[in-house]
Design a binder for this molecule. Sequence first.
Ligand code: GAP
Length: 446
Amino acid sequence: METAASAGRVTMEEITALAKRRGFIFQSSEIYGGINGFWDYGPLGAVLKANVKRAWWRDTVDLRDDVVAFDAAIIMHPSVWQASGHVDAFSDVMVDCKVCKHRFRLDHLADRSKCPDCGSTNSFTEPRSFNLMLRTSVGPMEDTSSQAYLRPETAQGIFVNFKNIYQTARKRPPFGVAQIGKSFRNEITPGNFTFRVREFEQAELEYFVPDDGKDLEVFAQWVERRKAWYAAYGIAADRLRFYELTEEERPHYARAGVDVEYLFPWGWGELESIAHRGTYDLDAHMRLSGKDLRFFDEATKTHYTPLLIESSAGIDRTILTFLVDACERERSVDPNGKETERTVLRFHPQIAPVQVAVFSLARNKPELVERARTIETALRRAFRTSYDEGNIGQLYRRQDEIGTPFCITVDYETIGDGSVTVRERDSMRQERVKGDALEAHLEARL
Ligand code: GAP
């Protein structure tokens, strides 16, 4: 199997270190020793996250006239999770090592007789089922009547509101509802940086279709659309696969299922699941609530329960994919014959937290600083920009590491003729561009 080393890729340790060093991702509550399964997005990470969400939203909602937006509460009536099956069945089987006291998911153990952490043999407890929902209580009394859950997926908020949504948005199947929001799962073994965490964001599309024989075609169209999305933002095709679930691997009610997987340094990991869920979810809520959630077709005066096609992507896993996929350590020889190495994040320009960095060649020359600041302020209207000054080599190195596609340097020539040096991240090519042509030059390339 391909490994990080064999493919000349960075390791997870290097990605984690870079994410911290450059302000993408920090361990949550670090000064108190951290809390397992929770991460904070730093100044650049927060922008990266917003860009990833915007890119998903643009393709899934803005560019379509058949998908509407939604934003449900994180805490919902506990019956929602009863109906959805999460209370009874949303669990993993775990075991504890009696020697080192570490806990493992049974399905993650390669050898069920030997502890992978301390090496003890036959030290595991009997397997136990562990519900993954995080509990909280609502209101001043902490008893069973106040018990509630932090949602483990965003989708249920859409299902229970199906009627409110289609009536107010005046939509008829086929149409979709999209939502991005936080979800929580009390994972037994969080790990692989932000891949398996206890608090994460999901981007979910619930697409409702009539049972008219075209449902599998629509399913295939969504798979293609998601494929095109990953390709458009530059994810390497040979590290992405769309795994078609067999009938045995799918839940009994699902008519089709595809897992989108990425080849991380530790192996393949799921980024998104695309599933044809039939009428399972709406049926379950109708049964428990006793409310009619069927679609009423005004034209034919008939009620029917639409079929559901779901695409559910993890935002944090997508961000991790963008980071891992974009990151390269590159060796080159400079014009003096000296071998140099740089780390570069080859982010797509729409994903990059900073699109254009503007530098003054010297920080103690007011005329250069002022000109550079003026240029940066003017470009802000069109691009995500940042200003910096000092040693140009170091500034380039920093911008390469955060994935900035273009750097602009203001120097003494700029004062004379208004031209600046534009340096492109991937090729490191530099060219002189006239001040009045700068915005158009960048616009064409970004
Ligand atoms: N509504 C369907 C649903 O939630 P899922 O396969 O359980 O399906 C969808 O989750 C996506 O959510 C996953 O493909 C993954 O990207 C993300 N996800 C799930 N659990 C996660 C976790 N513990 N940490 C980070 N992301 C997670």
